[in-house]
Design a protein around this ligand. Structure first.
Ligand code: ADP
Length: 444
């Protein structure tokens, strides 16, 4: 039964009770005694209800409140309503959690809820197969204690979840996983792990195919070049037409040779992508070779070349990859800058980064072409690129090398004014060569 609380009724009852006591006290001529008896009765009544309340609150299986009228009826009723409301809310909340969990169970991916310390709060069944998490046994365990992989530790350490993390499944080395972390709710992460083994296999087949084809093309190209040279050596009096034909064959063979070379470099960089780099590369020494090569290439064009190299700054990395990326940016600047232009190349520590930078006063690039430059075979001006012997793979190589070295590639350019290509390597991968203080040198 539900009582409606009314202040008027409450005061009316209290006044009636006190009036009855006063009348009875006056009738018997014992006002004080009657008032005292009245107070004791009220006290006993209240204590009885308090005991009832305690009994009701602590007996879990009693749902309906004890029967009572008056002020205690209002108290029971209030508490009862609140508990009912709380129970209703809890039922709703449980239903929502069940819905979320059912949804997460239906996912084809492993789903794990983590707190801010990357400790497991919940996971679906798929997480058991893909990540080897045993639920609820592993509740509260840090994910890196269960999925022991340097890639995951490095990824979490970086605290940048814009790109997914790829790693081998802890239970099956043939299984390749892609992990995505998404901050959600109140200080939680949702980790989704997907089996990408099939995709990985297809990608591997593709890159193996490109590498094999490129490798196989090298021999016939060398043979064609060899025979070409032999014919030219043995026969002296060629007609004008034959000389032109030989020159075209030579140009095309050289182009093809360069294309094959670049394809091989690209597939090597792709294969190395998952290998952690540890070698200490002496960049200033490498720069010396690049400077010498640039001088030879620059003989005809007479560009003004400025090199600003920190001679004490080395970098942890893969030497051949870095050389290929640095050379590609430099050769591009030489190719796309008209005669007499200026090209600046620098290798310096700048704040939190070590920066390799090539800027030129060349033809420049339209802003709409910039985002597509690192795509394979993307060339802004196909005929110009062909003239320069370009393959359209140079910047794709630079992008992959940058990614492998945790570096950022920045491209800025203004049409007809010039371009600036910058590779920013994290300072923690740089080291000081020898003990001398950093010094700059400018060669022009
Ligand atoms: P390519 O071998 O054709 O030079 P890249 O991948 O190295 O291929 O470069 C892609 C395209 O970007 C080039 O075709 C060229 O149009 C443009 N590009 C690259 N570097 C420069 C530069 N320094 N100045 C102007 N355009 C450039």
């Amino acid at each position: 039964m539900i009582y409606r609380f009314s202040l008027k009724q409450f005061f009316h009852r209290v006044l009636t009770f006190i009036s009855c006591l006063v009348i009875a006290g006056l009738l018997f001529g014992e006002l004080q005694l009657v008032l005292l008896i009245g107070a004791v009765i009220v006290l006993i009544w209240n204590y009885r209800h308090l005991l009832k309340l305690i009994n009701w609150l602590w007996q879990k299986n009693l749902i309906s409140p004890p029967e009572s009228s008056g002020v205690w009826g209002h108290i029971y009723d209030g508490i009862y309503r609140r508990t009912q409301k709380y129970r209703r809310k809890q039922r709703e909340l449980n239903a929502r959690i069940r819905e979320f969990r059912d949804g997460a169970e239906a996912l084809p991916d492993a789903a794990v809820v983590l707190d801010l310390d990357y400790c497991i709060r919940w996971c679906n069944k798929k997480a058991t197969y893909l990540l080897g998490i045993r639920w609820p046994f592993d509740n509260g365990q840090r994910i890196t204690n269960l999925v022991r992989s340097p890639e995951l530790t490095h990824y979490i350490g970086k605290n940048d979840f814009t790109l997914p993390c790829s790693l081998e499944s802890p239970d099956n080395e043939d299984q390749q996983l892609e992990l995505r972390f998404m901050p959600y709710g109140d200080k939680q992460y949702l980790l989704l792990a997907r089996d990408v083994s099939q995709l990985h296999r297809v990608e591997k087949m593709r890159s193996d195919f490109v590498a094999n084809v490129s490798h196989e093309l090298k021999t016939p190209l060398t043979v064609v070049r060899g025979y070409m040279e032999l014919i030219q050596e043995q026969t002296e009096d060629f007609s004008e037409q034959w000389l032109r034909t030989f020159s075209t064959i030579e140009q095309q063979v050289t182009r093809m040779d360069r294309l094959v070379e670049q394809l091989l470099i690209l597939s090597r960089v792709e294969v190395n992508a998952d290998i952690e780099i540890k070698a200490m590369v002496n960049i200033p020494e490498m720069m010396n070779t690049l400077i010498a090569d640039a001088r030879i290439l620059n003989k005809d064009k007479q560009h003004k070349l400025l090199f600003d190299v920190d001679e004490t700054l080395g970098l942890k990395g893969n030497e051949s990859e870095l050389k290929s990326a640095f050379a590609n940016l430099l050769v591009n600047a030489l190719n796309y800058t008209p005669d007499g232009g200026t090209i600046k190349v620098s290798w310096q520590r700048v704040g939190e980064h070590c920066v390799y930078q090539v800027s030129d006063t060349g033809v420049g690039i339209r802003s709409e072409d910039i985002p597509r430059l690192t795509e394979r075979f993307y060339r802004v001006d196909k005929s110009r690129s062909r003239d320069t012997g370009g393959t359209g793979l140079g910047l794709a190589i630079v992008k992959h090398v940058a990614h492998h070295h945790h570096a950022q590639l920045h491209i800025e350019s203004t049409l007809h004014k010039g371009s600036n290509f910058k590779m920013e390597f994290p300072a923690q991968d740089c080291f000081v060569i020898g003990k001398s203080h950093p010094k700059k040198h400018i060669i022009s």
